[in-house]
Ligand binder design. Structure first.
Ligand code: GLY
Ligand code: MN
Length: 448
């Protein structure tokens, strides 16, 4: 537990009360008496006895900070204490999940089982009255996940609104990620390879690949142009120019998602471009306010980033024309961001309401992951970028608009790959809370 952390007992009690209210409403809407949530099961490689890293059902870890207990179940019946059916197998091959302990335990009736099948005896007898949430292979006997749409729609929609407990978890995750980012920048400046930077990150966060919320993206030079570059070169490039790192951290099941970009030469044209994107990114973060339509913010980001391309001599078009002709999407080909929480890309980014329905993406923006209007408690990423991606640049070459691109400028910047700057920002009733920048500021203050 992080020593800077507040007392979790009251925060967790309030969180649990909120989840119960949401579950009450979801069950009523779906016409069920019990919510039964599987933690999940191990998955095995094809024709092999090797299992993939366990990934807990996010609906399960929403209720309690238990992320490494396959074969367990949560049962909630309105008006009753929630029950945890906890699988602690007799197993001398693997580490058996710890005995339940911590600030959450007092709120549950806990039954320990020794085999997955024993769960059947402890789950509500009238299976037809159960909303059973889980992946297909979590089934044991006649307990088969049915994942009712009405129940899931309600739970998913409301998951966007973080409780104070969840915000506390995410602040800690951000602080851990920032510890890794600071060490990674130092490793880059010291001339480490991508692999060396990754190892430095893992050491600083003390989280292995399977504990991190997503695979680290650590790209030097041109590799920064690959949006999800997950390869790790073992040798540093002969000429080091730039570094893009998109790497997070987890805490009690909650994620941080942070991206920074650095230039080796701090007085270069590429550094100037980073500074411009950084200033724009901070302005977008400041707009994470109640009532802000995230689609509008994404479209606004296109205009601003196109303006930066023009100011820095990459395009000769007006910002408006660059957006209209699709030129801005060549340099900024992903969404401005997404919801974050129990998942790095939190569910229900398009949810129109608690009964379901979808808010469509703006036409021509197929990769935007969030179309909802921001409200207090939502946590979203703000991650604008500008990239020099050969495949996308090639699509411009034959178009009339090609004459409005300064190709010499593009070629000069191509070896730097690209820029992305990403923070996790909480919407409040007032000014936004930037979890990422706060964590960087706290880390700087701590070293003086
Ligand atoms: N951090 C990777 C992404 O948001 O896609
Ligand atoms: Mn992200």
């Amino acid at each position: 537990m992080d020593t800077q952390h507040p007392d979790l007992h009251p925060l967790y009690a309030e969180h649990l009360a909120t989840l119960k209210q949401r579950a009450d409403a979801a069950l009523e809407r779906g016409g069920f008496d019990h919510l039964v949530v599987a933690s999940g099961q191990l998955h095995y490689q094809f024709l092999d006895d090797r299992d993939y890293p366990f990934c807990v059902n996010p609906q399960f870890k929403h209720w309690l900070p238990v992320t490494k207990a396959p074969g367990s179940w949560l049962v909630y019946t309105p008006g009753r204490r929630p029950q945890l059916v906890y699988l602690q197998p007799h197993d001398y091959w693997h580490v058996v999940p710890d005995a339940p302990a911590g600030y959450w335990v007092e709120h549950f009736d806990i039954v320990v089982i020794r085999t997955a099948d024993e769960a059947r005896a402890h789950l509500p007898a009238d299976r037809a009255r159960c909303a059973i949430i889980g992946e297909a292979n979590a089934a044991v006997g006649d307990i088969v996940p049915n994942n009712p749409d009405a129940v899931l729609a309600h739970l998913h929609y409301h998951r966007a609104f973080k409780t104070p407990y969840e915000l506390a978890m995410m602040r800690v995750a951000s602080r851990i990620a920032v510890r890794g980012h600071r060490v990674a920048e130092a490793a880059f400046r010291a001339g480490e390879s991508e692999f060396g930077i990754h190892v430095a990150y893992v050491r600083a966060t003390r989280q292995t690949d399977t504990e991190l919320p997503y695979t680290n993206i650590i790209g030097l030079n041109e590799h920064a142009a690959v949006l999800h570059y997950m390869h790790l070169d073992h040798a540093p490039p002969a000429h080091l120019r730039s570094f893009l790192i998109d790497a997070g951290a987890s805490f009690h099941g909650y994620a941080a998602d942070v991206t920074r970009t650095y230039a080796k030469d701090r007085s270069s044209a590429f550094q100037d471009l980073i500074d411009a994107v950084d200033a724009a990114q901070q302005d977008f973060c400041a707009r994470v306010r109640t009532g802000q339509d995230y689609r509008e913010l994404h479209l606004h980001a296109h205009l601003v980033l196109a303006g930066i391309l023009r100011e820095h001599g990459v395009i000769r078009l007006s910002a408006e024309a660059a957006v209209e002709t699709g030129v801005s999407s060549v340099f900024f080909p992903h969404g401005l961001g997404h919801g974050i929480g129990l998942q790095v890309h939190e569910v229900a980014g398009f949810a129109a309401g608690e009964n379901g329905g979808t808010i469509a993406r703006p036409e021509g923006h197929p990769y935007l992951r969030l179309t909802r209007t921001l409200e207090p408690g939502m946590v979203v990423t703000i991650e604008p970028g500008l990239y020099f991606i050969d495949m996308l640049l090639a699509t411009l070459k034959d178009k009339p608009v090609a004459r409005d691109i300064d190709w010499a400028r593009v070629d000069a910047l191509r070896p730097y790959g690209g820029i992305r700057i990403e923070d996790d920002v909480a919407c409040t009733t007032g000014a936004p809370e930037n979890l990422t920048r706060d964590a960087f500021a706290a880390a700087c203050a701590a070293v003086g």
